[in-house]
Ligand binder design. Sequence first.
Ligand code: GLC
Length: 715
Amino acid sequence: MNTSNPLSHPQVEQRVNELLARMTLEEKVGQMNQELPLAPPQLDAVRAGRIGSFITEVSALAGAGVDPSPAVRAEICNDLQRVAVTESRLGIPLLFGRDVIHGYRTIFPIPLGMAATWNPERVEQAASVAAMEAAAAGIKWTFAPMLDIARDPRWGRIAEGPGEDPFLGSALARAMVRGFQGDNLSRPDKLAACAKHYAGYGAAEGGRDYNFVDISMRTLRDVYLPPFRAAVDAGAATLMSGFHDYSGVPVAANRTLLTDVLREEWGFQGFVVSDWNAVHELVVHGIAADDGDAAVKATTAGVDMDMIAGAYVNQLAQQVRSGRLSIDVVDQAVRRILRVKLAAGLFDHPYTDPQRAARVILTPDHRALARQLAHESCVLLKNENNLLPLRPEGPFKRIAVFGPFAQARGELFGTWTLDGRAEDVTSIADALRETAPTPFEILCLSDKPDESLYHTLMGVDLAVLVVGEHPRRSGEAASVSNLELPAGQRQMIESIHDAGVPIVLIVLAGRPLAIKREVDLAHAVLYAWHPGVEGGYAVADLLFGRAVPSGRLPVTMPRATGQVPIYYNHRNTGRPAANRGDSSRYIDLPIGPLFPFGFGLSYTTFRYSDMRIVQNGRTVHISAQVTNTGAIAAVETAQLYVRDVVASLTRPVKELKGFCKLFLQPGETQTAHFTLSEEDLTFTGLDDRPVFEPGVFHVWVGAHSASGLQGTFEL
Ligand code: GLC
């Protein structure tokens, strides 16, 4: 038994066994039941032990701004908790859950934006702040991190995840679990994490949310499972199964994934909660005849808690009494849930100090961290003639700021924001005007271009256009068929360009958009995702040079919608796109993406030189010198990619296997060091088991997935 894992500590097991021995069947099933808090609250059900957890939201789309859930308050949770602890027969405390996806009241950039920081330590800090703030409101469980790798940006939930790469996704998974849970989940400022949506949800066919997923088990294991494995190895207390049908078996009833892989192979000790109504949806999928059948299939497969379908609480007891379901399956699920509640300290500290919130929520330090993350998440895609940063001595003094999101406040939060408040935000236009150094003059113009606007523009030196997509165009149930900017925005950009005014484009988006035309028309392009509560100031800092862009793309930027799915770590085919003659390409597009995975500009330039490869037994050390060849101190993210040249299966043309951030003064050189072992080079073999195959490997060290110094080694 791994005593370092709080979920499987001997004392925890002893308390679980003692409690389980005293529980009735109804009380056991009650622990497997999560409900929405109603008004008036379900106090009788809590007293009867029929509810084990509350999800403090009012709808599955609460995070999309469609149905903002009421604010959670510690007093409300304490009132419910007091009934459970003091008025139920066994006094088992409730577990309060909520989608704290990228911040509680201090809203950080959307997870895809945080992935663009390539800074796990910073992301861990953000998760730690989110936990501190949410826990002060009575929450003890967050339905995060969302770890779904996504290769198709038509899928709206790409906004919530770590991007297209399993290595970067795994690093962020570890960071967020550590940030949420810390090394002691029972601390009053920590939350139980919930890695979701296990597994493969991001591979929905056509990028259509909730659609079926038909990928090989090998691809699932090598691309979609690694971040979940990283989360489990980092001690994640819970996982959430997805809505989707994987290869004909919806994951909520998929024993191979939920038990064989998660429990038998990985040794996961926590519990699995279904997503929303997914247990009932087994009936809709067509693999369960009714809720009773669905409840049996889901528990048997390995879903321990039913989020809100009511299938467990209404069906399981009779399924056990009818002999259709073994009590052992129920006991196993209840054990897992009780383990988490014990590890979370709920039996010893079931209540939240209501005074904490005022001390810890949206503090200046938290805002400063949000601003730092927003700085690091923005990706500079274009900077013609080094137009940015705007310099007092430069040619641009009168600057017009407009566009659909120039004055936006709440929209800067992005999708899955439940507790952020628009009044906490300063818009990009206001931040520019407020912080512009002399001699800049900032003209905040209406976001409706009209004749007078163009007349006004005649007198300006530069136009800063804030464009992109509204948060409701990404996130759950927000798949799009067209990745271009929403209607009217391109036309606005074209008319400003035709008026001869240089353009700096700020793009707010929850996904990579197809903006080839707009990039061509602009002199500079800063991709800000949805940058969070401090996004306005962060963009202003970057434009005026108070911060230097260091973001790197966690996803590939397509030239056109028709190119997706498009991702860097693809297999080669027998006729690669770059082949002369017949090749795997579109005849109406240049080959390759608009911007590759890992790409991002700085206000300085970097040179890579002197790559070295040194083998020491079964370990390979790779290094390269990185020099800041410009005049501004900045951070570079050196990236290591590998290719397995010949193997028993076709292998990706490149795979990210390392990255390191170097802060370099002008003229300074540092060494980027990487180490590879056989374990780093394993993949899922023909027998669906991990395998390392000796042979020749190509390796690159560089600034992104389409560049770098190349070397070769044999292992
Ligand atoms: C939603 C989402 C899931 C979320 C849950 C609770 O449908 O799929 O990510 O955690 O319901 O809000």
